[in-house]
Design a protein around this ligand. Structure first.
Ligand SMILES: [Zn+2]
Length: 117
């Protein structure tokens, strides 16, 4: 049912069954219309096509600066330096763990109030 609804929505056809959808003139016309197709040859070609899409859309592209990650960052603020939770949950979790560890270390090594040098 969900797929029929999605296909119907895609072609602008209301239907109660797959057979009704397949028999509608709008759907049949859509199936005979020509569709532009991008031909990409191999992963290198795909990379360049994807890169061109990002450049054309003025997306900012960067590399995550967390040691050991290096994932490609697209979109977001221009000065973004790390993966978001949605992009790479593992990187996000490790970065927070590192920040927590640094915070605990700084609290342990900081001079007590009144004993500053
Ligand atoms: Zn990352």
């Amino acid at each position: 049912m969900y797929l029929r609804h999605q296909v119907g929505e895609l072609f602008g056809v209301e239907s109660n069954s797959i057979d009704e959808l397949k028999g509608s003139p709008e759907f049949l016309q859509s199936m005979t219309d020509q569709t532009a197709v991008v031909r990409v040859f191999g992963w290198v070609g795909y990379f360049w096509w994807e890169f061109l899409q990002d450049l054309s859309d003025y997306k900012t592209i960067g590399i995550c600066e967390r040691l050991g990650c290096g994932s490609v960052l697209t979109g977001g603020h221009r000065d973004r330096r790390f993966c978001t939770k949605e992009e790479n949950p593992e990187c996000f979790r490790r970065r927070n763990a590192d920040a927590q560890r640094r915070s605990r270390f700084n609290k342990e090594t900081a001079p007590e109030p009144g004993h500053e040098a």
